[in-house]
Design a protein around this ligand. Structure first.
Ligand code: NAD
Length: 299
């Protein structure tokens, strides 16, 4: 792998120029002088025109195959709807491009295994975007868990409650396009937290439910009803012997909190408990036995 520098940056193409590329990926590329945005691909010509000025990029196309075959591109960021990830990852791997593909990687495990095998045999770097893992508070929680400061790690708990409108979620509300609903959109990050902190899961059971029909778009037009979950609850055993529970929904009325909703992810160890909250990325709640949980700044 060559060493990259500002004079020899990784040349990145974005495929899927929607919301997450605008608020995560393009700002991240700009932060690191060793990376450069060289091309943008999106199915919408109108959005491409907007991104031309938003992102100051002239190489624009609606054809992801052309981007994957482009000799001036080293790596692609794939941030399209879930049902398109497989095909684009396979094309990128075929042309030897490094791949950062958004979560959920695909619609099911069989697709993900195929994508993984293609990237492995092409010898390209490949990853996904469990972004919250990199919040300072989550990294500190990981440090405490792995350094033994919490004692034996016994239990993980995640609650993610949002108070979102019951109107259409667009492609996200159809199983064929999204794979699953809130479970693949939000709870998936929290399953990643647990695996990152405690190691692989051994067994899992749970329930999902759909309460909101979502037959109206935000501008009042009719649309086919949602066929994915908008609520889930899971219980797991971890290989290490620990346990875990997850609750997630976008239908928790009264849980607006300036758009952050309620996020509570904690580990209970034999010596102490530690809590991560999304809206406070530089602080944990910590408590040893006999104490009450109290805020602690990330050092
Ligand atoms: N890691 C995170 O925290 C995070 C946050 C939000 C979204 N995501 C993921 O990112 C992906 C995109 O989400 P979003 O919110 O940006 O969606 P979005 O609907 O805002 O944007 C998707 C874009 O992809 C384009 N597109 C669709 N098919 C295409 C194709 N074949 N070729 C090129 N462009 C195509 C659409 O025109 C659209 O502009 C999803 O997989 C989602 O789960 C991850």
């Amino acid at each position: 792998m060559p060493q990259h520098s500002a004079d020899n940056p990784v040349r990145i193409a974005i495929i899927g120029a929607g919301a997450v590329s605008d608020y995560h990926h393009v700002p991240a590329i700009r932060l690191d002088p060793r990376s450069r945005l060289v091309a943008v691909c999106d199915a919408s010509r109108e959005l491409l025109e907007k991104r031309k000025s938003d992102w100051s990029c002239d190489r624009l196309t609606t054809d992801f195959q052309a981007v994957c075959a482009d000799e001036n591109v080293d790596a692609v960021i794939i941030a399209t709807p879930n049902f398109t990830h497989r095909e684009i990852v396979l094309a990128a791997a075929e042309h030897g491009k490094h791949v950062m593909c958004e979560k959920p990687l695909a619609l099911n495990a069989a697709e993900v295994r195929e994508m993984y095998a293609a990237c492995q045999s092409a010898g390209v770097v490949h990853m996904t975007a469990f972004t919250y893992r990199f919040a300072p508070s989550m990294r500190y929680l990981r440090h405490l868990a792995h350094s033994g400061a919490l004692g034996e790690l016994r239990h993980f708990r995640s609650q993610r409650f949002l108070d979102w409108p019951e109107t259409s979620w667009g492609w996200r509300q159809y199983k064929k396009q999204a794979g699953a609903g809130d479970l693949f959109d939000m709870t998936i990050h929290r399953i990643d937290f647990a695996i990152d902190l405690l190691g692989p899961l051994q067994s899992l059971c749970g329930a999902v439910a759909r309460f909101a029909p979502r037959t109206k778009t935000t501008d009042g037009r009719d649309c086919p009803p949602s066929d994915v979950d908008d609520w889930s609850s899971l219980i797991a055993e971890v290989h290490s012997g620990a346990t875990g529970v997850w609750e997630g929904t976008t239908l928790a009325k009264g849980y607006g909190f300036n758009g952050f909703g309620h996020e509570w992810a904690e580990i209970n160890g034999s010596l102490a408990s530690a809590v991560y909250r999304l809206h406070l990325p530089n602080q944990l709640m910590l408590g040893k036995t006999g104490q009450d949980l109290a805020p602690v700044d990330v050092p």
